[in-house]
Design a protein around this ligand. Sequence first.
Ligand code: ADP
Ligand code: MG
Length: 287
Amino acid sequence: MSMADPASPASPANPASPASPASPASPASPAQKLLEVRDLRKAFGGGDGATEALRGVSFDCYGGEFLGIMGASGSGKTTLLNCVATTLRPTSGTVLLQGTDISAFSNAQLSDYRGSRIGYLFQGYELLDSLTGSENIILPLAIHNEQATVISSRLSELAAFFEIEDVLEKFPAQMSGGQKQRVAAARALIGRPDIVLTDEPTGALDTRSARTLMEKLALLNEQERTTILLVTHDANAASFCSRILFIQDGVIFHELRRQAPGEERADYYQRILAVMTHLNGGSANVL
Ligand SMILES: Nc1ncnc2c1ncn2[C@@H]1O[C@H](COP(=O)(O)OP(=O)(O)O)[C@@H](O)[C@H]1O
Ligand SMILES: [Mg+2]
C-alpha cells in the first residue's frame, strides 16, 4: 500500500476547507513545525584532537512526518539525535520544540520533555531483563502515576497493533529480537509522545523482523499521524520514511521526498541508493 505524505510542508493547506464544516483550530494542522533545528554544532574534545561531529545542521520536522536522517557510519546521526533528545548538549545552535528552545527548559520542563513528549526507541532495545513485556511497556506511565484503566487500555491497543500479545507475560530473554524491539516500540509510544526518536531501530534485527518493525512504524505514522524522526544507515529502513535528509561529515547535503501519492517503496529505495552511491563512491561504503 502506498503511503501518503500527510505532513508534506509543500502540500496545499487544507484544500477543502471553505465548504467543510469548520472545525475548531486543529492542534495538529498538517504543516505545523514540531521541531526546528538551527545551525546545530557539536565538537567532541578540544585542540588538535577535536572531532566536529555536527557542523551546522538545520532542518524542520513537521507534525505527522516520518522523517529519516540517513548517512554512513560516523556522519553524525547519533550525535544529532542525542542533541534532540537532550542527552547531549550541543556546542552551539538551537533545537526548538513547538517554538520553545529545549536548552532553555527548566528542570521540570526537561523531565516532562524526556518523560512524556519524546519516545525513544534504541537499536539495542534497552528492556529491563527482570521485568515482563507488559511491565517494560507500562514502566514510563507507571512512573507518571497514570490511571490503571488508561494504562491497560493503551497497553492492549499497542500490544494488538505490534502483535506482541503472546509475549506480554514473558521476560526479554524469552523473546526473539523482533519481539523485543516491538515491545520497546510499544514502550516508546505508551505515553503518546509528540515525537518518537529512533536510532538504527533495525540495526540488530534480521531482515524479516526489520521489515515488520518498519511496516508497523509506517502504519502508525499513517494512521495515528505519529511524528517519527529516524536515523539510520540502512536504505531499506529509510525507504519507509516520507522524507529523508542525507548527512555526511556533520552536514546535511541532500533531501529526498517520497513522491505522494503512491511512489512504490522499491522505486524510492532505488532513488535512495542512487544518492548514497553517487556521494559515497558506492553503496558498499554505506555501513
Ligand atoms: N563521545 C564522543 N567522543 C568523541 N568523539 C565522538 C563521540 N561521539 C561521537 N564521536 C565522533 O563523532 C562523529 C559522529 O559520530 P556519530 O554521531 O556516532 O555518528 P553515526 O551515528 O552517524 O555513526 C564520529 O567521528 C565519532 O567518532
Ligand atoms: Mg550512530
